[in-house]
Design a protein around this ligand. Structure first.
Ligand code: SF4
Ligand code: SF4
Length: 293
């Protein structure tokens, strides 16, 4: 199946309520694969409550390991390590090791192993809506989160292809760095969740520019919009000027916290609330965007 559509939901920074929005939309999208690409702090699975079907190892970048049984204690490795990753007892702290390889190349006894190692896991799951979910967890201190994002997206696409599912919805990482770029390249629609604050507007500008650089159709949602209606208006006007679809304003909803504690969406906790109403409107608008692609 080569006409699979991908939506990524992003925000310029963490804490905008992005994952709550993704969880609610995923519960309404009946024929989809969900993918959590926020691999440094994955939490979509806490809302979608999945059963893990398969765990796949993520092999990260190279790290040094010293064979202490053969180490002569000459100290060369500690002298050349610019990252203070090697202890006085010649044990490498993998959280500090940047994988430069200097100790490996300069150890006179040739006792430094320098190879790729397990750096996290990618989980293939079935969620509580009986739909596929892929998420991943990176070990603390590990890098290459952009590479793990690519693995999550590839697994999600592969599941969609095998099952004939037409849509993948991705919970993207916050920010505008390498993991976000990895989650955004090649997707059809980028939905930006922002807040009505000065920093929210600033982050929105940067992430819209990034999405449009990658030629994604871009749509904007303001969360907690009733906190500052003036900024909502500014965001709506700015989004329209930039050619984005303005999907709507989600009001501040105190029962979101209850939904998070109960590991579900606001649609389950307060189905008749204004927040649930606007999420259903956003869902319909997204379907329209997808039909027009
Ligand atoms: S690979 Fe580089 S950073 Fe890692 S321990 Fe060796 S010298 Fe230090
Ligand atoms: S350079 Fe090699 S032999 Fe020397 S202390 Fe380091 S690991 Fe041991």
């Amino acid at each position: 199946m080569n006409n699979i559509k991908e939506i990524v939901v992003v925000s310029g920074k963490g804490g905008t309520g992005k994952t709550s929005v993704v969880g609610a939309l995923a519960s309404l999208l009946t024929n989809r694969v969900a993918a959590d690409c926020d691999v440094d702090a994955a939490n979509l699975h806490m809302i979608l409550n999945p059963v893990v079907i398969e765990e796949k190892a993520f092999i990260g970048g190279k790290k040094a390991t010293i064979d202490l049984s053969r180490c002569t204690g000459c100290g060369t490795c500690r002298e050349v390590c610019r990252f203070q990753a090697i202890s006085e007892g010649y044990v490498v702290d993998h959280r500090q090791c940047e994988g430069c390889g200097a100790c490996y190349f300069l150890c006179p006894a040739g006792v430094v192993d320098f190879s790729s190692s397990y750096a996290g896991s990618c989980y293939i799951c079935r969620d509580k809506y009986s739909a596929p979910l892929v998420y991943a967890e990176l070990l603390p201190g590990e890098e290459n989160s952009g590479k793990l994002v690519a693995m999550v997206r590839n697994e999600a696409r592969s599941l969609a292809e095998k099952s004939g599912t037409p849509l993948v919805i991705v919970d993207g990482p916050p920010g505008i760095g390498c993991p976000v770029i990895s989650s955004m390249t090649g997707v059809h629609v980028a939905v930006v969740v922002t807040e009505p604050t000065i920093s929210g507007v600033h982050d929105l500008e940067r992430i819209i520019d990034l999405a449009q650089f990658f030629k994604c159709k871009t749509a904007v949602v303001v969360n907690k919009g009733d906190v500052n209606p003036d900024y909502c208006k500014r965001i709506e006007e700015y989004s329209t000027t930039k050619g984005c679809t303005f999907l709507g304003v989600i009001p501040y909803e105190p029962r979101i916290t209850e939904a998070q504690i109960r590991a579900t969406t606001i649609l389950d906790v307060a189905p008749d609330s204004p927040t649930s109403e606007i999420i259903r409107v956003i869902h319909k608008k997204l379907l329209t965007i997808l039909e027009e692609l």
